[in-house]
Design a protein around this ligand. Structure first.
Ligand code: ZN
Length: 192
């Protein structure tokens, strides 16, 4: 699947808070069907089921797709989330509370919601393997997942896919060459 970072992530106020890749975007919208939406060209935020039932003429002109053996599915290019986070101008290290707010208390490994005290800050690349203590290497994991993952990296989930959790990516940059047309209304004034 396409690993290019071609999906703009918006917070609940429709402000950009990050860019991610197709794989993460689809995982996120499929796991959290109530909260995460794909923005259609009409401006409507749609659940995964509604999004994939749009006709070709209701999708973006250069709509990217993923292909399965029998089908093809349109890839969301703008994801509306329930995050309350705003883009910060400094690259501050998030606290556990920040991560819980950002991810709505959902473990980014098992996808389940947990209480605050059952959640931990997880280093995607473990510090023992050179991972840094910075927002781009941090995500939210429940204690159970964090323990089973330990300092294994890369970590593969039960279905054999490599784990690529969302990170707390407050300080994101938009590469001018990768800007999609439909992002423009959302990123006016954003520092590149
Ligand atoms: Zn978990």
């Amino acid at each position: 699947m396409n690993k290019e970072r071609t999906v703009l992530v918006l917070n609940r106020s429709w402000m950009p808070i990050g860019i991610t890749d197709t794989r993460n975007a689809i995982k996120r919208i499929c796991r959290n069907t109530k909260g995460v939406r794909s923005i259609a060209p009409s401006g409507a935020p749609l659940s995964w089921d509604d999004w994939i039932s749009l006709g070709e003429d209701e999708l973006y002109e250069d709509q990217p797709y993923i292909y399965s053996a029998r089908d093809r599915f349109p890839i969301p290019t703008i994801l509306l989330t329930e995050s309350k986070m705003f883009k910060k101008s400094s690259n501050k290290i998030p606290t556990l509370r920040d991560l819980c707010d950002y991810f709505d208390n959902k473990c980014q490994i098992c996808g389940k919601g947990h209480r605050y005290k059952e959640l931990t800050i997880d280093h995607i690349i473990p510090t023992s393997k050179g991972g840094v203590n910075r927002s781009e290497n941090l995500t939210l994991a429940c204690k159970k997942c964090n323990n089973s993952k330990s300092d294994i990296y890369p970590f593969f989930s039960e279905d054999g896919s490599q784990l690529q959790p969302f990170t707390y990516d407050t300080h994101f940059r938009i590469n001018k060459n990768n800007v999609r047309k439909e992002w423009k209304p959302f990123i006016i004034g954003h520092n590149e």
